[in-house]
Design a protein around this ligand. Structure first.
Ligand code: T4K
Length: 393
């Protein structure tokens, strides 16, 4: 087997392969609505395309209320504020910073808890143990698109009378027990960021069964003004733009095909990389359907031969830009330095080993093969790669 590029060989890719590459509509597919928006100058304030997109989302997700927002971070803040409950929110530390940062802006205190070792989603038993009289809500995250243990979380939320929110930023198109993600808890918050399975640029939405909550969210995303210029409370500007909604309407037509592709690519990678000792994957539970927002491997240094960080560097030398989502976990970020000493062993174990590989809605067999070859070469020459590292030290 050839030596890896980090030992001087030619990289497997000539050009840099980024972690994400959104597949967007072609210009001709959106030319008419785009030209119309440019001609009329109606760019925002829920003119035409945003309501059209919301209606299409509502049909697709089988949800009566879908409130679009400028991005998921704003959606999380608005949903938390709308609960109108002070205190602590229980959430995982193994997530993107936006999940916890939203609590800061809604004036809630984070209580980080551990995740399950197989799916990396929040551990319901840890949630229950963390509940105190100060608990205001539970915020679970469908990490990498894999749904949480929703039934158990809903049961806990009911039993303790606590609102349950889902950060569903990763999970558009995923399903739990054959029902689309978006249907669960008090509200779910999606991201349509450029890096997501469903990209529109910046954008997101909140889904809920609760009409009053939806009405409140619609007001709060628009300054708290119902249209009579008498603001009912200090809302913010969290509106989605028409351009993003135009892209969204078109993306809805292809998102299922994209997810089907991702699931095929994931099956290939699992079959091929699963042959390597020391490489494991996020477990996919039989009662869920994941959109594979990210494709993640876990690297066990002892059996694979090199650490996750060495593999990351070796892949970079091959022009493969993997990402360590989510390392460090949030309780080890400087922004949350007060939480540094809490004990989240599974979060830390997983976080030290995860590596998200470049993963797109359209990939060629050659691309997938080359990613595998790059990883196989590092494993095969692990001793020399390690030696190379110890010489650097
Ligand atoms: N909750 C969770 C669990 C989340 O993961 C996120 C966001 C949120 C909430 C909040 O959602 P939003 O408020 O963003 O709607 C990215 C994204 O910015 C962020 O949306 C995402 N999660 C997070 C996991 O990843 P970076 O800093 O890693 O992205 P960046 O700029 O390094 O880009 C990654 C790759 O994507 C690059 O290879 C280039 C490519 N790319 C990027 C952009 C911005 C494109 O091809 N086009 C683009 O426009 O944060």
């Amino acid at each position: 087997m050839d030596k890896p590029a980090i030992l001087g060989n030619t990289p497997v890719f000539d050009d840099r392969l980024g972690i994400v590459s959104p597949r967007l509509p072609k210009l001709e597919q959106i030319q008419d609505p785009l030209s119309e928006a440019l001609r009329t100058g109606q760019l925002t304030n829920h003119a035409f395309h945003v309501p059209q997109f919301e209606k299409a989302l509502s049909d697709r997700l089988k949800m009566p209320h879908v409130v679009s927002v400028g991005n998921a971070t704003l959606g999380l803040i608005l949903a938390l504020e709308a609960l109108n409950r002070d205190g602590e929110v229980i959430l995982p530390s193994f997530t993107y910073c936006a999940t916890a940062h939203a609590l800061y802006w809604s004036r809630h205190k984070p209580v980080f808890v551990d995740i399950l070792p197989d799916t990396f989603t929040i551990d319901p038993a840890a949630v229950e143990s963390a509940i105190t009289p100060n608990t205001a809500a539970i915020m679970a995250v469908h990490i990498y698109g894999h749904p949480c243990e929703i039934d158990t979380l809903e049961e806990i939320s009911k039993r303790y009378g606590l609102p349950l929110l889902f950060d569903s930023a990763h999970a558009f198109g995923s399903q739990y027990q054959n029902e689309p993600i978006g249907q669960f808890g008090d509200a779910e918050i999606f991201s349509f960021h450029a890096t997501k399975v469903f990209p529109v640029g910046e954008g997101g939405c909140i889904t809920t069964h609760d009409k009053n909550l939806a009405e409140h969210l619609k007001l709060s995303r628009k300054f708290g003004d119902p249209g009579d210029e008498n603001t009912r409370f200090p809302g913010m500007n969290a509106k989605m733009q028409e351009f993003n909604a135009i892209i969204g309407v078109e993306m809805l037509k292809v998102v299922d095909e994209h997810i089907a592709n991702r699931r095929r690519y994931a099956a290939y990678l699992i079959e091929r990389l699963g042959r390597l000792p020391g490489i494991s994957f996020q477990s996919i539970k039989p009662n869920v359907f994941t959109n594979y927002q990210n494709f993640v491997i876990l690297v066990d240094e002892v059996y694979f031969g090199v650490s996750r960080d060495m593999l990351f560097d070796a892949l970079l030398a091959e022009n493969i830009l993997a990402r360590k989502y989510f390392f460090p976990p949030l309780h080890l970020h400087d922004a949350y330095s007060d939480y540094r000493s809490i004990n989240l062993p599974i979060t830390e174990f997983v976080s030290k080993r995860v590596l998200c590989l470049p993963f797109y809605s359209e990939m060629t067999e050659k691309m997938l093969d080359k990613i595998c070859v790059a990883i196989e070469q590092v494993h095969f020459h692990a001793n020399i790669v390690r030696e190379y590292y110890s010489n650097l030290a």
